[in-house]
Design a protein around this ligand. Sequence first.
Ligand SMILES: Cc1ncc(COP(=O)(O)O)c(C=O)c1O
Length: 308
Amino acid sequence: MRPENISMAGPGKRPQELSQAIAAGITINIESFHELETIAQLSEKTGVQAHITVRINPAFELKASGMKMGGGSKQFGIDEEQLPTVLKRIKVLNLDFKGFHIYSGSQNLSADAISEAQQKTIHLAITLAEHCPAPLKKLNIGGGYGIPYFPGDTALNIHQVGTALAESMAHFKTEQPQADVIIELGRYLVGEAGIYVCQIIDKKVSRGQIFLVADGGLHHHLAASGNFGQVIRKNYPIAIGNKMAVAEKEVVSIVGPLCTPLDILADKMELPVAEIGDFVVVYQSGAYGYTASPIQFLSQPRCVEILV
Ligand SMILES: Cc1ncc(COP(=O)(O)O)c(C=O)c1O
């Protein structure tokens, strides 16, 4: 992949990282006025013209999203209303302006909501194009395509999203034929491809409730514990890996080894009867597992990541 097709994103980039990205020819998504000026200074100092896109915080939001990164006041991007001023400033700086990045939300299972946001995103880019210092080369319309985690979740209707996007794209291409459109997917690509496995090291009963104590938990998989942005805790899909065919079941809670009641992987779930030594398998763990977890908590051992 050409370096300029790699993007550096996120608010709060350190000058050293920015210098490295500029030197490597990576495209930097600008998230603030300060960042813009820092990049321009670094670019001038090193004599290397930085490739930039502007991340926009749109006025609209991605409805029905697990997490919203756009709309209202946000730490991400530059508010849509401020774009004409930013673009005017870019015009006088010696930077290679490539286009826009608009990422408005995450974990969305509603095709209607995603399509509406994509349509608004494309419309916004077309509207702002007249203020751009150079023709638009890139339009990153974000992603937010979710995966089903919990009972009652329905998989995203990807065909519906595709059909609506094709229509929006046809319109966009008549207005900005030279621009590439990018979608930025995370968990939709890898979330369902990964499992987290830990082992039961104790089994106990407290006032009638069965607890399976595992050697892993929140510190390896914060999201499955419910502490990564869930308002109401729900159980991830879980199995006892070496007892898939066992018919006898019981209701158990699976907890980790940490000194906090937050360290829980399953709250009163009906699972095959499990014993010490059995393996707990947490599905939908290919995204926001190990790398999104407090792995140093209580100096517990780390888990290993295996690519099969
Ligand atoms: C800018 C940006 N891109 C991509 C992603 C990936 O999101 P997801 O895994 O929900 O697709 C995120 C998630 O927070 C993000 O903030």
